[in-house]
Design a protein around this ligand. Sequence first.
Ligand code: ADP
Ligand code: MG
Length: 301
Amino acid sequence: MKLGILSRNSKLYSTRRLVEAAEQRGHEVRVVDPLRCYMNITSHNPQIHYKGDILDQFNAVIPRIGASITFYGTAVLRQFEMMNVYPLNESVAISRSRDKLRSLQLLSRRGIGLPVTGFAHSPDDIDDLLATVGGAPCVIKLLEGTQGLGVVLAETTQAAESVIQAFMGLKQHILVQEYIKEAKGSDIRCLVIGDKVVASMKRQAKEGEFRSNLHRGGSATLCRITPEERATAVRAAKVMGLNVCGVDLLRSNHGAVVMEVNSSPGLEGIENASGKDVAGMIIEFIEKNAKPNRTKTKGRG
Ligand code: ADP
Ligand code: MG
């Protein structure tokens, strides 16, 4: 097969591993910087131009679109979908996953366990909002934060009120969430491919930190997950419409709850912690599923 990887940097661990795995399995692969793709959207014959070439050779594309380029990156992916190229994850599903509020609404509609979460627009509603999530301590999040940046733990009601006021003053949309203290700074990353959790790891925040993100100094270890956790992760991926994703669970007193679903999960932490060839499994999934016209949404919706 001819595969394209939409990634800004071919030196990143995940991109390198996907290239390696694809070549090992006999595929031709090219890394394409989505920000250098340009296209004519009014043409009857949708095309993508790239550094003077026309990209019409791919059977499938693997989007590795960073959170900072979601808008342009998903537009490029949508164009590939219009050309009937199989996307590992569809543009619509990626857009959904980038908005924490939209994701939680989708997941809650399908009855998936979530931390109690609220959102509001007006500073006048802060007190009520805090009451609905059980008061302080609580977690306050920017809707489009990533790598732990934009996630704050407010220990007291006073702190929560002033942080919420500050974000609202900056015209930032936020959500307020029950703090799952019993998780003790850890969460479980489940790497889902298709309808299976192929690897999982426990991430533990460093001393004095509540965020377990590896980018914030967290550490990863292999962990076993329960059949319920496995089923929850697979259902969450399905609801989001993602073929490959990282589903993050918090182990709370009321069972495992989904904290977020990541549509471009990093491979370094999970491959190292699990010792598994996740990149190889992703390529294998594409081999089984990539056929023209397999895009469900063709970028619609
Ligand atoms: P990001 O997209 O920036 O990774 P997350 O929602 O995943 O944002 O939050 C970052 C980290 O903060 C999580 O990995 C987790 O360790 C911690 N965290 C987030 N929400 C909660 C919560 N409700 N209770 C306890 N810890 C949380
Ligand atoms: Mg996270």
